[in-house]
Design a protein. Structure first.
Length: 412
């Protein structure tokens, strides 16, 4: 993602390895294949497809320093594979090129049919969707879920489309070695996308593209075919300082509620709300709870203030349309879900992987912050509804949930 690791999909077709290794490709044929790959990618809904080599050596020192500083928090998988993250050919033997693709995820206002077609044809969304998001953040009773997680699990959507792209290549050239990744396994997605000419790393560390902002997912296909590569978008700039298109702008740094963007191009995950509400298990640090506000799954603040996101594109597929009213749900409404309701409603959603306990924990923090909000921002009936909902869970079976409920009720 332009942002949960799971097992990678191994998609290497059964074939004779020796024969494949001895295959020779005509240069003209490879150029034609590269063009076809981009055409097929667009047909599959990808906004951009690029091809890079596997040399990420310049990213190794910054990655090692980031890990050494402990900025990955409890995400042990970030360090588990050593430098394989920066060495594609070590992760998947025989890899010669990496195909990177992006797909927009901003819901086209959950439109369908002609309305959706109209929104997509218009290009960048004319409606100020960011204003609506900011309004939700200022409503203490609202439960704010990160935009990317309101629809279908992006892993499945990206994986299926990348697999289709790989199969088209296979139909064209025969069996070849490849492996599909969708925010999975040790892959430096942003660095690969940058080398493939898809965009540049912003100061918030997400990939930015001139005509799409940053609201898109990334996925890769590691291949053993020596395809011609695309120009690196930042060939003269080291990976740790690749923000020439950001200029002097630092809105994302100033907008981060917890100060997790500790400097240009550097995020301390231990402070990031996305980490705290998704990756972190157990108790959320007391000093950070008030800063989370009503964000119950992820955080989009750095993207909301980024000027480039005025060019954000509507998702080209209905998979990312909002499900279960997650763009307008209240804290009390979601807190009332039983474990079975959570499992059922979050089936096929990225949210399901955090589990019911963390879901309730996050909501309890949001409710505690609502009770701590200024009196004029929360009506008395809304305040009372929150208090009563919390009291219903003071004896919850989970010690983690009880702890956060008790903290929330301290403000009642």
């Amino acid at each position: 993602m332009n942002r949960s690791p799971e097992s990678p999909v191994s998609c290497t077709p059964a074939s004779n390895d020796d024969a494949r290794a001895e295959r020779h490709f005509d240069e003209a044929a490879l150029k034609a294949l590269a063009l076809n790959i981009k055409t097929w990618g667009r047909e599959l809904g990808f906004g951009a497809v690029g091809i890079s080599d596997t040399d990420l050596s310049a990213a190794e020192a910054p990655l090692a320093a980031w890990l050494e500083a402990g900025c990955h928090g409890e995400m042990d998988y970030m360090a588990k594979h050593g430098m394989k993250r920066a060495r594609p050919a070590e992760l998947v033997a025989g890899t010669r090129r990496v195909i990177t693709a992006r797909i927009a995820y901003l819901p086209a206002q959950t439109l369908s049919g002609k309305a959706r077609e109209s929104a997509l044809q218009d290009g960048p969304l004319t409606q100020d969707w960011r204003a609506a998001e900011h309004a939700r953040l200022t409503d203490p009773s609202a439960a704010v879920v990160s935009i990317y997680a309101r629809g279908r699990d992006y892993h499945k959507v990206m994986r299926n489309r990348l697999q289709h792209l790989a199969e088209k290549i296979e139909a064209e050239i025969g069996a070849f070695g490849y492996r599909v990744f969708t925010d999975s396994a040790p892959v430096l997605e942003v660095e690969l996308a940058q080398k493939a000419g898809i965009g540049w790393r912003g100061k918030h560390t997400l990939l930015l593209q001139r005509d799409a902002g940053s609201l898109f997912f990334l996925g890769e296909i590691y291949v053993d075919v020596p395809l011609p590569t695309d120009a690196d978008t930042m060939p003269e700039v080291a990976p740790e300082t690749p923000g020439s298109h950001c200029g002097s702008c630092a809105r994302c740094i100033g907008a981060c509620p917890t100060g997790a963007i500790v400097g240009p191009y550097k995020v301390d995950a231990r402070l990031c709300i996305s980490y705290l509400t998704i990756e972190l298990k157990g108790s959320i640090p007391l000093e950070l709870r008030p800063l989370i506000g009503n964000r119950v799954y992820g955080c989009d603040d750095c993207q909301l203030v980024c000027p480039w996101n005025k060019f954000a594109q509507a998702a080209p597929v209905a998979d990312f349309d909002v499900r279960h009213g997650l763009d307008r749900a209240s804290l009390v409404e979601l807190f009332a879900w039983s474990a079975d309701e959570f499992d059922t409603r979050m089936q096929g959603s990225a949210i399901r992987r955090i589990g019911y306990e963390s879901w309730l924990r996050n909501l309890a923090v949001g409710m505690g912050n609502a009770l701590r909000a200024s009196p004029d921002s929360l009506s008395e009936p809304a305040r009372e509804a929150i208090v009563q909902a919390l009291k219903m869970r003071v004896d919850d079976a989970s010690a983690v949930v009880r702890e956060h409920v008790e903290w929330a009720l301290e403000a009642a």
